[in-house]
Design a protein around this ligand. Structure first.
Ligand SMILES: CC(C)(COP(=O)(O)OP(=O)(O)OC[C@H]1O[C@@H](n2cnc3c(N)ncnc32)[C@H](O)[C@@H]1OP(=O)(O)O)[C@@H](O)C(=O)NCCC(=O)NCCS
Length: 192
């Protein structure tokens, strides 16, 4: 992993414009975002919590992400609109034999969904993955979450594996998991 890129990350900024004209600033999550991040995840719906890996409405879980910020392990990019956090996409790095692979997760505040922000954030995470020299990105999505699968497919992710009964929801039901994969072309630029 490029240490120069990591060093420059705090400077990384990108403004994206949604189809309705809304402008969102994308930047790395910072320690001072604690209250705003807790606020954003507190608005997660029952369905979100059911299908996400972590209980994002548990303040201790979200606080631990801020307390243990380490961009070389997990790089969280947040979307800010008018000083409010409205989305977070994370790029999870691997080590050893799978160090060329990144895993992607994303969450948006409900009122910012279906406005193209997810697509913009995933495009940006993909661009960052390329700059870090990753060769492929993976996303794990419960198969019933067809809208989420579609959002990733729109970016070029394709179904790599279908894992039966992989994911158990709090009610004890098991669900199939789709492993989606996006190969990345090699490109190396140590700056933003
Ligand atoms: C998944 C998520 C990030 C998508 O972001 P988004 O900003 O709503 O998606 P976009 O507006 O960019 O839409 C991208 C595509 O996804 C699909 N899509 C997204 N939401 C959809 C919905 N509710 N119904 C049908 N299709 C949907 C569409 O194909 C859409 O493309 P289109 O607008 O050209 O039809 C967002 O819904 C979310 O945060 N969900 C909750 C958290 C979650 O499930 N995260 C995934 C765990 S990795």
């Amino acid at each position: 992993m490029s240490s120069l890129l990591l060093l420059n990350l705090p400077k990384y900024r990108k403004v994206v414009r949604l189809a309705d004209g809304t402008r969102a600033l994308l930047r790395p999550l910072l320690p001072e975002d604690r209250t705003k991040l807790l606020g954003m995840f507190a608005g997660a719906t029952e369905e979100d919590v059911m299908y996400l890996k972590d209980d994002v409405r548990d303040r201790d879980v979200v606080a631990s992400w801020i307390d243990n910020l380490d961009y070389s392990r997990v790089l969280p990019i947040v979307a800010c609109v008018d000083e409010r956090l409205v989305g977070q996409a994370t790029l999870h790095f691997h080590f050893g034999p799978t160090r060329h692979i990144g895993r992607v997760r994303i969450f948006l505040a409900t009122e910012y969904r279906r406005r193209g922000l997810g697509t913009k954030m995933l495009e940006e995470i993909t661009e960052l993955g390329k700059r870090f020299g990753l060769q492929q990105l993976l996303a794990e999505i419960v198969v019933e979450q067809t809208q989420v699968v579609k959002a990733f497919q729109k970016l070029g992710f394709t179904l790599e594996a279908h894992y039966r009964d992989y994911f158990m929801t709090p009610d004890g039901m098991t669900h199939d998991m789709a492993i989606l994969r996006l190969p990345l072309p090699v490109s190396r630029r140590d700056e933003f």
